[in-house]
Design a protein around this ligand. Structure first.
Ligand code: GDD
Ligand code: MN
Length: 397
């Protein structure tokens, strides 16, 4: 690498009167910056409140990358701790470090995707800022891609030679459980599909970009599942270290989110991530309904019709609150919007219930099979609630 081409520019050259000659000095030719080609590797690092980890990460990258040309693209979601300023400060002395500051947006997958799309390098990697991913793996990952052994190399905690000792045993258990489900449902054989540490040919992301989800945390799994069987995968083990400074941003939602993604991919995107969340909330709502019904009928001795009404009112409110917190967390309603949203949600749900009764009665009069009629009515009301709530309550696309 290291091609240096001097560029000579004389802006008003074309305006010279015909026949007139000029010397280079007279004409004010000036020498501009050397032209530098893109590096071979862009390392995309999503950040949220990682101010103190970033300088350490950059130091380590400078140490391990050897003669590889690389750049670091920090994709920061407007962290309140000023991570973006720290990144830009480093970048002012080392142009290999760039910062993409996103405002009004949050989300790991979206951040990784935008970082990769900002790259012009032939290869791009994604890794965490908190030093849990071993930067020494980058060079062997790149070597595997250069040799053409694979299109995508995953850093794995769960293959021979890797370890996840730094994770709490409960998180390790959840992570393994979700891995098994993903492999079983999708017919994958990745030992660590939830890994946030991988490298691939940039062109692959370019091709898939429109089909990838910007919500959620599982960008790797999304890429692998969307690309399909033609993608050649390789795995390299590493030891997942403890977080350097600061705290983790991923919680139980990440796993729920992951399972939702598996489901939507398994159904060829017929069932969206949001719809999956909506159904999970609906299932929880049935539990709430029965708990309240039991309490008011059995424990407090309300007449059945009253107990059933109270249970319905409470279950709808709880569905609204859960959907607001999870399903539509990117468009969460707060303050007085929460109250008007709840009122709208009651109207939507009550119409949904009426349509449930109407459709199942109609099916029953034609079909005479009770469970077909019941199921038809239930499906009808869930789809209705979902579509209308998306339009009238949260106004999502
Ligand atoms: N831009 C942006 N936006 N970055 C984010 C966001 C966000 O909303 N949420 C988290 N990050 C960044 C963090 O700053 C960090 O650099 C990286 O994403 C990983 O977040 P952590 O909070 O450290 O995640 P973790 O260590 O709990 O989870 C690890 O294991 C998961 C699988 O179990 C990570 O390696 C994940 O990538 C991995 O999927
Ligand atoms: Mn981490």
């Amino acid at each position: 690498m290291g091609v240096v081409v001097a560029q000579l520019v004389k802006p008003d050259l074309l305006d010279l009167p015909a026949g007139e000659t000029t010397t280079i000095a007279d004409a004010g030719w000036q020498q501009l910056e050397p032209i530098r080609p893109a590096p071979e590797l862009s390392i995309v690092v999503p950040t949220f409140n990682e101010r103190d980890n970033l300088p350490v990460l950059v130091d380590r990258l400078r140490e391990v990358m050897g003669d590889t040309t690389w750049e670091l693209i920090v994709v920061d979601d407007d962290s309140p701790d000023g991570t973006a300023e720290v990144a830009r400060k480093i970048g002012s002395n080392d142009a290999r470090v760039r910062c993409l500051r996103r405002v009004g947006r949050r989300g790991l997958s979206g951040a990784c995707l935008e970082g990769m799309l900002a790259s012009q390098a032939p290869f791009t990697a994604v890794m965490d800022a908190d030093l849990q991913h071993d930067e020494r793996l980058l060079v062997p990952m790149l070597a595997a891609l250069r040799r053409g052994d694979a299109d995508l190399v995953v850093g794995t905690r769960y293959a021979q030679g890797g370890s996840a000792e730094a994770m709490s045993s409960s998180r390790r258990w959840i992570s393994r459980f979700a891995t098994r489900i993903a492999n079983a449902v999708m017919g994958l054989s990745l030992s660590d599909p939830m890994s946030g540490f991988f490298m691939l040919k940039r062109g692959i992301v370019e091709g898939l970009a429109r089909k990838l989800s910007t919500q959620g945390f599982k960008i790797l799994l999304d890429i692998v599942m969307t690309a399909g069987k033609t993608l050649r995968l390789a795995e390299l083990p590493y030891q997942f270290g403890p977080r350097h400074l600061g705290e983790s941003k991923l919680d139980a939602r990440a796993t729920l989110d992951f399972l939702g993604l598996v489901l939507s991919k398994a159904t060829y995107d017929v069932i969206s991530l949001r719809f999956v969340f909506f159904c999970i909330v609906g299932a929880v709502g049935i539990g709430v309904h029965f708990a309240v019904l039991l309490a008011s009928f059995d424990v407090f001795g309300l007449p059945f019709a009253w107990a059933q009404t109270v249970a319905t009112v409470v279950a709808i409110a709880s569905n609204f609150a859960l959907n607001n917190a999870f399903t539509y967390r990117d468009q969460r309603l707060v303050g007085h919007e929460f109250v008007t949203g709840l009122a709208r949600f009651y109207v939507v749900s009550l119409v949904g219930m009426l349509s449930n009764v109407g459709v199942s009665n109609w099916l029953f009069s034609n079909e005479q099979t009770w469970w077909v009629a019941g199921l038809g009515g239930a499906v009808m009301s869930v789809v209705w609630n979902y579509v209308v709530a998306s339009l009238a309550v949260w106004r999502s696309r």
